[in-house]
Design a protein around this ligand. Structure first.
Ligand code: CAP
Ligand code: MG
Ligand code: MG
Length: 493
């Protein structure tokens, strides 16, 4: 636990005023902060003018738990017990660890409430010139209160009959501007080309040129046609983000009343712009539906150039806590979006398994004490069978699956799987399918063929040589030529 020498700590402690001292717990040991009463956070923190790191950290602990910028006369012995406590520092890397008594959080399992505390006002405080929440740890007793996912990737696999490979998906492009029937036609082409899963793009809503009810109706017809032709089940993820609760529920009910069978539709929610309450509403109201968390606007908090905010890992952990079945976790530098490989992969792996290694904490997503013998068995089962045992679901928070999109195309699938280290994710390629020189259907075929090549252990260039894999050959020609051209332009500029 120790990250600062005793002399350094002593010097810093002496600099604290009584107000700051009330939020300092540098005496605490690992066993104290892991006694089940605390949620633990680690922040990258640069102090504001005139403060040292411990002073600034205590000010953050105050503002993000019970306090304000002065010691108030209205404090009580109990309120002091609810103070968050700074318990560890790493002066070399400007890191601070803060323990939060989780009784201060809304007791009905409310993620929005936690985030308002720990990445709320504090991001605007003058006492810091940088503050980024890098990792968070939940005790088993705290996990007890949170829903976690209900309908998972494993359920979707069962519905689709797809195992041992990623779920192959797309986002319909152009992102906006197609009529409802044009939109549905593109879905049909992707599904008939062999794709499993189609999602609305994150801004899809009730636009006058693509009325929501028509989009739902035509997608259903397209899905029915595609299922009939291919003999394979298909899934569509509808964006149900809306201006208010009633309109969101109205969209959900419109989808459920359009005749889609259970498992063939998912609810997509723009979790950052629509908000955590919407995510948890969908999870609690529709436990039998895949809740698809799109993270548009996360860059404002997660980009590494931004000194304020939180990491992709933190966002993904809270998405699992809130009950998202899947959340976008980034393409680990392989695709178009900014994001570090290590960051995205750590996030993806942490929300998928029963025990995940974070940047600073190893999180067991068990709702029971980790010493429980059976829990250890459940973890072993989890690794071997990729599921939390059905009758053991109560023990652990179910998996939340990574959803990978941003700039991927069939030629990058193998590279991404190797970076991820497993195939337990949904990939949704937009341009990667619809920019194919021969259009969407061939783009879908190219994606399927790239996945087949991976599963057979054959290089895609080899695999594309056989005549039935023309779609893949054309995709390689197009996307690799484009990439080479980009490299050449970058080199010449
Ligand atoms: C991807 C996408 C996704 C972003 C989200 C887009 O389209 O539809 O919303 O990938 O990024 O709008 O860009 P392309 P992330 O496949 O055409 O890039 O998954 O990193 O949250
Ligand atoms: Mg300590
Ligand atoms: Mg999008």
């Amino acid at each position: 636990m120790k990250k600062t020498s005793n002399s350094e700590t002593k010097k810093l402690l002496k600099s604290l005023n009584p107000h700051q001292l009330a939020y300092c717990g540098m005496h605490l040991k690992e066993k104290d902060v892991k006694n089940g009463e605390y949620m633990l956070c680690v922040f990258h923190l640069l102090p504001g003018k005139g403060l040292n790191i411990l002073q600034a950290a205590c000010e953050v602990a105050a503002e993000s738990s019970t306090g304000t910028n002065f010691l108030v006369k209205t404090e009580t012995p109990f309120s002091r017990k609810m103070n968050a406590l700074v318990y560890q520092l790493d002066l070399k890397h400007n890191l601070v660890w803060i323990a939060y008594p989780w009784r201060i959080f809304d007791r009905i399992g409310n993620v929005q409430n936690i985030l308002t505390f720990i990445v709320g006002n504090v991001l605007g405080m003058k006492e810091v010139s940088a503050l980024k929440l890098l990792d968070v740890w939940f005790s088993p007793t705290m996990l007890e209160q949170y829903d976690g996912p209900s309908y998972t990737l494993d359920d979707m696999r069962k519905y689709l009959g797809v195992y041992n490979r990623p779920i192959l998906g797309t986002i319909i492009k152009p992102k906006m501007g197609l009529t409802a029937s044009e939109y549905a036609e593109v879905c049909f082409d992707f599904w008939v080309g062999g794709g499993d899963f189609v999602k609305n793009d994150e801004p899809q809503a009730n636009q006058d040129f693509c009325p929501y009810d028509k989009m739902v109706l035509y997608v259903k017809q397209a899905m029915d046609r595609a299922v009939k032709i291919t003999g394979k089940k298909k899934v569509h993820s509808f964006n149900v983000s809306a201006p208010d609760y009633d309109s969101m529920i109205e969209r959900c009910e419109m989808i459920r009343n359009a005749g889609f069978e259970h498992g063939s539709y998912a609810f997509l929610i723009d979790g950052i712009t629509a908000g955590w309450m919407a995510v948890q509403t969908l999870r609690r109201k529709y436990p039998e539906v895949f809740i698809h968390f799109h993270r548009a606007a996360h860059g404002a908090f997660t980009r590494k150039e931004n000194p304020f905010g939180f990491s992709v890992l933190v966002l993904s952990k809270f998405a699992r806590l809130a009950g998202a079945s899947g959340v976008h976790t980034g393409t680990a530098g392989v695709g178009k979006m900014a994001g570090s490989p290590e960051e995205d992969v750590v996030a993806a792996n942490n929300i998928l398994s029963l025990v995940g290694k974070g940047h600073f904490f190893s999180q067991s997503w068990a709702r029971i004490p980790e010493k429980d013998r059976d829990f250890i068995e459940a973890v072993k089962e989890d690794y071997h069978h990729h599921v939390i045992l059905e009758d053991d679901a109560w023990r652990g928070m179910k998996k939340c699956c990574p959803i990978i999109s941003g700039g991927l195309n069939p030629t990058l699938l193998k590279k991404f799987i190797e970076v991820m280290g497993n195939v337990d994710f949904i990939t949704t390629m937009g341009a990667g399918v619809h920019a194919h020189p021969k259009g969407t259907r061939e783009g879908a075929k190219a994606l399927v063929q790239a996945c087949e090549a991976y599963q057979k252990g054959i290089d895609i260039h080899e695999y594309a040589k056989s005549h039935e894999n023309k779609a893949l050959e054309q995709a390689i020609e197009f996307f690799e030529k484009k990439k080479n051209k980009e490299i050449k332009t970058a080199e010449s500029s």
